[in-house]
Design a protein around this ligand. Structure first.
Ligand SMILES: Cc1cc2nc3c(=O)[nH]c(=O)nc-3n(C[C@H](O)[C@H](O)[C@H](O)COP(=O)(O)OP(=O)(O)OC[C@H]3O[C@@H](n4cnc5c(N)ncnc54)[C@H](O)[C@@H]3O)c2cc1C
Length: 361
């Protein structure tokens, strides 16, 4: 392998692997640099994905989603058909919603293997230390590329290197695996257990993924302490130490391209502000980015078409989610207010909110 590539992608999460796959399919010579030694590990994710019809319902303008979400059944850990939202005073609201949990490490490894099959190279244990223009440095190597992609997650170093905006207002969240039998229901707990966000139970084939996210603005402790309190309250026994990460909560950053670089996935704020979900959008926008890069290299199409395209396909629901989150933050301050607003909304409107639609017409 020499050190000159058409594309250097930083990060091998769902965004990076999707970009790499589609740029490589378009004929580009692609290198992915991943700081971890093993792709997808350790798992810092709820591991939940909506089924294709739910993704289409949330992102009705996204194009040709079938091939993006053609996920092998071996990656489905447990099917889920209901979301139960628990109010601060333990009232449950049941929302029919089809999805499934996966094993996020195997899921990310699957997407990475598709990128490799398409012709991309992946280097693990390669932490990018700086990006200047089209020069990408790790501790030991310097790579040059025609296009650099920041798919390096919420605290994107590439965004800084490219002079692009970074995520603000991120929420810490932690997760672990719990032991025991669980019904095929996703539980979401709101109120003082997870101020400004929620705690969850997501059933898997064996046990469940359990976790907590909090909004710094509303919490006065560490997310790990809220997590321990949630385990006590819900009587959960976990198998390992909690693993944490930040979740962008403010929608997409204001600019996601330069003349030679792009941001995708969490690095671009491609996350649903109402529920913290980002895997489907990372994959949708990753494909758009990969195809745009291939067109840029072959036909000279400007990289700005990437932003035009993802905005056309997914921006509206992401913006609605940010507005809903801002509105909800008026109610997160007090248990009584939150309880009251949840009763007023009821399950149907809460279902709309989860699907990034306006809660009221
Ligand atoms: C606790 C938690 C639970 C979540 N649950 C869900 C869920 O159930 N469903 C859902 O849809 N979303 C969930 N999300 C959000 C989801 O995990 C992200 O939106 C998704 O992973 C975004 O994919 P990505 O490829 O953009 O970033 P990531 O998956 O974060 O991948 C970025 C990659 O870049 C690598 N990297 C970072 N910096 C460097 C560097 N300097 N050099 C080299 N490599 C680097 C990282 O190691 C990582 O592998 C959750 C998030 C958290 C924190």
């Amino acid at each position: 392998m020499n050190d000159e590539f058409d594309v250097v992608v930083v990060g091998s999460g769902p965004a990076g692997s999707s970009v790499a796959e589609h740029a490589a399919l378009g004929g580009a010579r692609v290198l992915v640099l991943e700081r971890k030694g093993a792709i997808g590990e350790p798992v810092a994710c709820g591991e939940f994905l909506p089924v294709l019809d739910e993704i289409k319902a949330t992102f009705p303008d996204a194009e040709d989603l079938e091939p993006v979400f053609d996920i092998p059944s071996s990656l489905v850990s447990r099917e889920i058909d209901l979301i139960r939202i628990m109010s601060p005073r333990s009232r449950g609201f049941d929302i029919p919603f089809l999805g499934y949990t996966t094993d996020r490490n195997r899921f990310d490894q699957h997407l990475a293997s598709k990128a490799v099959k398409a012709g991309a190279f992946i280097r693990t244990s390669s932490m990018v230390t700086s990006v200047e223009g089209t020069e990408v440095r790790t501790r030991d190597e310097v790579y040059r590329a025609k296009v650099v992609v920041g798919a390096d997650g919420p605290n994107s170093k590439v965004a800084r290197g490219l002079g692009l905006p970074r995520n603000e207002d991120m929420y810490p969240a932690v997760t672990s695996q719990a032991i025991g039998p669980f019904e095929p229901i996703m539980e979401m707990y709101f109120g003082g257990l997870a101020p400004g966000a929620y705690a969850w139970v997501l059933p898997k084939r064996d046990g469940a993924n359990v976790g907590v996210g909090v909004a710094p603005k509303f919490s006065d402790g560490r997310v790990g302490d809220y997590f321990q309190e949630f385990l006590r309250m819900r009587k959960l026994e976990v198998t390992g130490r909690p693993v944490g990460k930040y979740v962008p909560s403010n929608g997409p950053v204001s600019r996601t391209f330069t003349s030679s670089g792009l941001l995708v996935g969490d690095a671009a704020g491609h996350v649903m502000a109402v529920n913290g979900g980002g895997i489907p959008i990372a994959m949708i926008c990753g494909r758009i980015a990969g195809r745009t890069i291939a067109d840029h290299l072959v036909k000279g199409t400007p990289l700005s078409t990437y932003e035009e395209s993802w905005k056309r396909q997914v921006y509206k629901p992401l913006r609605t989610a940010v507005h809903t989150k801002m509105l909800a933050s008026l109610f997160f301050g007090g248990t009584g207010r939150l309880e009251f607003s949840m009763r007023v909304l009821g399950p149907r409107r809460m279902g709309n909110i989860l699907r990034c639609r306006p809660s009221f017409p």
